[in-house]
Design a protein around this ligand. Structure first.
Ligand SMILES: [Zn+2]
Length: 313
């Protein structure tokens, strides 16, 4: 059974004047419901305001929660922050945190939303309101965890890098298309910039040579995985040329490295853009299912003698 975190508020109605495809989270939920008993469902509560303020400027937190974000910030975000959007923004980080806590107990858990890696201290950006990855990581670090955020979205995890900079118990890894948004990149612990059109072979070679040394050096006790599916060749906002098989091998490469080291993982979704919302939701669900399967099968293979600690079921 794969532990999945979901909340009804994730499936927000699209605000007017929005280009963002809001149907994605509902479609992800529906595909996972079709999995029946393979999925164990968990519902987060809202994130405490203090958690939001630990990552973001309290002025910006208040603007979002009161649904009075200034127009110039809404332009950077890409949609208006209504009361519905604000409620969603407050519950998603708690979902990523809950997935992390579940993963620490059972090996792997997935949040059906999140991965809002562009949100900065004083403003959201690039369809991201609050940075759930940074909020969850900062809270987990306060609880004594060493957290590695592995961001395989085609866009750089600039907000996550900026909001967690200087925290010795948090490391950030971002592998992305160099020429893509954001124009001004932040500095992650490790950044891997790929040229336009990079295919499966180039991508997997870069990932496979740069992630293992960081895992070795930093020795995390938890990975937060931003599993964006926008490196896919057909993505409207990606600039890379990965195939479906390439995305699968990407996820399995990270999962195997983590499982071999006995490191639990919580995944979030991330970018995935185009007209076919169902195809994109399906790609996100495939990430969740293959990671869940990799943990269930891999744990026994790589840690046969270990019955305590992390037990993937
Ligand atoms: Zn993206």
């Amino acid at each position: 059974m794969i532990a999945v975190v979901h909340h009804p508020d994730y499936v927000a109605e699209a605000p007017r004047r929005s280009n963002y495809r809001w149907g994605k989270n509902g479609a992800i939920r529906d595909f996972l419901i079709e999995e029946g008993d393979n999925i164990g469902w968990h519902e987060p509560k809202q994130a405490p305001r203090a958690w939001l303020e630990a990552a973001h400027d309290p002025v910006y937190v208040a603007e979002v929660l009161d649904a009075r974000v200034p127009p110039e910030k809404e332009r950077r975000i890409g949609f208006p922050v209504t009361a519905t959007v604000a409620r969603r923004a407050q519950v998603v980080p708690a979902g990523t945190y809950l997935a992390a806590k579940l993963a620490l107990g059972c090996g792997f858990a997935a949040n059906t939303a999140g991965g809002s890696h562009h949100a900065l201290a004083e403003t959201g950006a690039g369809y991201c309101v609050f940075n759930d990855l940074a909020i969850a990581a900062l809270q987990l670090a306060r609880e004594g965890r060493r957290v590695l955020i592995v961001d395989v979205d085609v866009h750089q995890g600039d907000g996550t890098a900026a909001l967690t900079a200087g925290h010795t118990d948090i490391a950030t890894y971002s592998i992305h298309a160099e020429k893509n948004f954001p124009a001004r990149k932040a500095r992650s612990t490790v950044d891997v910039s790929l040229p336009d059109g990079a295919d499966d072979a180039i991508y997997l070679d870069a990932l496979g040579s740069t992630l293992p040394p960081l895992l070795e050096q930093f020795a995390p006790d938890l990975i937060l995985y931003q599993g964006g599916v926008d490196p896919f060749g057909g993505d409207r906002l990606g600039r890379l040329s990965l195939t479906e098989d390439g995305l699968a091998r990407r996820d399995l490469l990270v999962a195997e490295l983590a499982v071999r080291r006995g490191v639990p993982m919580a995944s979030t979704v991330g970018g995935g853009y185009g007209d076919d919302v169902l195809a994109i939701a399906r790609r996100h669900v495939d990430v969740i299912l293959r990671l869940g399967r990799a943990y269930r099968e891999g744990w026994k293979r790589w840690n046969p003698a270990d019955t305590g600690g992390v037990v993937a079921r």
